[in-house]
Design a protein around this ligand. Structure first.
Ligand code: CA
Length: 229
């Protein structure tokens, strides 16, 4: 069954082509133009939320949805809304895209967040994660780039394995420190940057681990020429 999307966006010049574009990828879009309408609608499989709405702050819409539902939320934010974006993620939004973005990019994010919720409802992730050139085997703790095995320290491996649990998802610095180091880790957070730098160097593809300034990190392994540039 196709993915049902609730699009909360007041700007028709964005909403119309987006609705068409998403339909092209097989997604069904229910479009509303106000926060109040958005809160009343069935949320579907994923909510795409504009932050600048005419009747209420998109952040409050995010908070309102989270009070009653675990539906994945992707924030669509304009330039200059960096602080709101971070707040949205803290309030439980799953991801965000800065405008302008391509429909293909959005579809990839939507698929990632909906897969994630389905997966947490179903089972643990597959032991082997292999998007193109990178292969991470959680069972044997081996990492390969193409044909070459990459030796990692235990912490480097755990950091990479964590990022592969939800490929494309943003992990906050605190989440990573909690999971890879200790819950409530309070040591120098520089430690994390040092490990990320080492991991990038060893993998030989620094761009695979993206830094979201002030937020955290995400894994973005480019697998082929169809990737948007
Ligand atoms: Ca708007």
């Amino acid at each position: 069954m196709g993915i049902q999307v609730l699009l909360i966006e007041d700007d028709e010049t964005i909403a119309e082509p987006l609705t068409e574009g998403l339909a092209h990828f097989g997604l069904t879009v229910d479009h509303v133009t106000t926060g109040a309408e958005g809160l009343r609608r069935p949320y579907g499989d994923v909510v795409l939320l504009d932050l600048g709405l005419p009747d209420m702050d998109g952040i409050d819409v995010c908070r309102g949805i989270r009070q009653v539902s675990d539906v994945p939320i992707v924030i669509l934010s304009a330039r200059g809304e960096e602080a709101d974006r971070v707040l949205g993620l803290e309030l439980g939004a799953d991801d965000y895209l800065a405008k302008p973005f391509s429909v293909r990019e959005l579809v990839a994010r939507v698929r990632a967040v909906t897969r994630r919720t389905q997966r947490t409802q179903e089972a643990a992730p597959e032991p082997v994660y292999e998007p193109g050139p990178l292969a991470v085997d959680r069972r044997t703790r081996q990492v390969w780039v193409g044909e070459v095995q990459v030796p990692l320290t235990p912490k480097e491996f755990e950091l990479l394995a964590l990022l592969t649990e939800d490929p494309g998802a943003v992990y906050s610095r605190q989440q990573i420190l909690d999971r890879v180091w200790d819950p409530h880790y309070e040591g120098p957070t520089k430690t994390l940057d040092v490990h990320v730098a080492a991991l990038r160097r060893k993998l030989g593809h620094p761009a695979w681990i993206q830094t979201l300034r002030g937020v955290g990190f995400r894994l973005a392994v480019h697998t082929g020429p169809s990737e948007p540039t």
